[in-house]
Write a protein that binds this ligand. Structure first.
Ligand code: CTP
Length: 413
């Protein structure tokens, strides 16, 4: 009985050392019967409960259990590269902690750090362990990164005690797998205007003032919003990136051009995501011909301010959600809070620029999300594609009460 959502999907089923490890056999059969290809990964302690051979026979492929097997076979990379889902079932408190904290001392921990697909975790443990503050904190960290946690159920546990710790039923896990694999269309009906990349302010036809923004974050948000059903217009400064599928791109160069392009489409939009690194200064005077070096006698370049696009757009605002980004080298929260208020935003995403982990150019990013009514919330480092989905989840919540969010975001000026 194949299933349209599971047919042809590649699921990596990771089994850890819980007494419920035997239940993974039933899960494996359910998934393969519905048309998924399943590859099983086992931790060392899982092998104390079930022999790898059982999974090898039922999945039709060798079990991965050793980070170092084969000299050049980067198993953790090749498996996650092609996977549609990493399903950890059952997941012990130890593995939950490892994944939450990013420990990579075995194949599963390493895989979790190189993941490009959704991660779903089904904990199973003693009831007192599951309700322990440490385990709960680890589960929350993972949820904040977009990981799906299928809570254990209440019932009789292996210890003979009653508590919440039994692996969720096959039915619950299967339904959640289907939900996770279902392409989400929760942005359908929304019109999202996104700016991305740097701006360039000419000095002469060959020289310009700009910054190191790659545009990757804004492009990832545009791609994710379009995949989730939104109509997306991407106003982009000069970048090397390809236009994401389903997105309309409007190329611009200067801050003025960006303002005009956004302003013309702002009324249409339900959401504005201002991810561009707009240059704050331009040359007071730019030359129509290339300035020869002999012509320059050492005088300083005269600069003037470019328009603040977010401020200009907030004056035109009807009922759009407005999300800004802040590029900061220090004091992210303090600087971010003042931008959130001064620019009258519903949300500000503060990220670090400069230094080893600069948001500029990197494929991954870690940010602090600020909103007028909630405490600052950190989103740990993750690939920008994944971060885009987490940010869209947070932006979506804003829409449930846009008026109250907005009234609380009056400028403090
Ligand atoms: N922004 C804008 N217009 C500008 C400069 C920035 O709309 N002329 C937007 C950015 O797209 C971003 C937010 O404002 O969403 C914050 O940008 P950032 O560069 O961090 O701050 P600035 O306002 O430029 O302040 P400063 O450079 O002094 O930190």
């Amino acid at each position: 009985m194949t299933d349209a959502l599971l047919a042809g999907k590649h699921v990596v089923l990771a089994v850890t050392g819980s007494i419920a490890a035997y239940k993974a056999i039933g899960l494996l059969r359910l998934l393969t019967q519905r048309g998924a290809t399943v590859h099983v990964v086992m931790t060392e302690s899982a092998k104390q409960f079930v022999a790898p051979l059982t999974f090898e026979v039922l999945s039709g492929s060798p079990v991965t259990d050793d980070l170092f097997s084969g000299h050049h076979d980067m198993k953790h990379l090749s498996l996650t590269e092609h996977a549609d889902l990493l399903l950890v079932a059952p997941c012990t408190a130890n593995t939950l902690a490892k994944i939450a904290l990013g420990l990579a001392d075995d194949v599963l921990g390493t895989m979790a750090l190189t993941l490009q697909c959704p991660l779903m975790i089904c904990p199973a443990m003693d009831g007192e362990m599951w309700t322990h503050a440490t385990v709960q904190a680890h589960a929350k960290i993972l949820q904040s990164r977009g990981v799906t946690i299928v809570e254990p159920e209440k019932g009789e546990l292996a210890s003979g005690q009653w508590g919440q710790g039994r692996l969720a039923t096959e039915d619950t896990i299967l339904t959640t797998v289907q939900t996770v694999l279902q392409p989400r269309k929760d942005w359908q009906g929304e019109r999202v205007l996104i700016s991305a990349g740097p701006t360039q302010e000419p000095i002469d036809p060959v020289r310009f003032l700009s910054n190191g923004s790659s545009g990757k974050m804004g492009y990832a948000i545009a791609e994710a919003a379009a995949a989730r059903g939104a109509e997306v217009v991407l106003v982009s400064g000069p970048t090397q990136l390809a236009c994401p599928v389903g997105v309309t791109r409007v190329p611009v160069v200067t801050a003025d051009e960006m303002l005009q392009a956004l302003s013309a489409r702002f009324e249409w939009a339900t959401t504005l995501v201002m991810a561009a690194a707009v240059g704050d200064f331009r040359a007071k005077e730019s030359y129509s011909h290339k300035v020869k070096k002999e012509q320059w006698n050492g005088e300083a370049l005269q600069l003037e301010r470019t328009p603040d696009i977010l401020l200009a757009l907030s004056a035109q605002r009807t009922n759009q959600r407005m999300i800004g980004f802040a590029a900061e080298t220090d004091e992210l929260v303090e600087h971010g809070q003042s931008k959130l208020h001064n620019k009258q935003l519903d949300m500000l995403v503060a990220n670090q620029v400069g230094g080893e982990h600069s948001a500029f150019g990197n494929d991954s990013n870690e940010v602090i999300v600020l909103t007028p009514n909630t405490a600052p919330s950190s989103i740990p480092r993750m690939p920008k594609q994944q971060l885009a989905d987490v940010l869209l989840d947070r932006i979506k919540i804003l829409s449930t009460s846009p008026q109250s969010q907005r009234s609380a975001s009056q400028p403090i000026l």
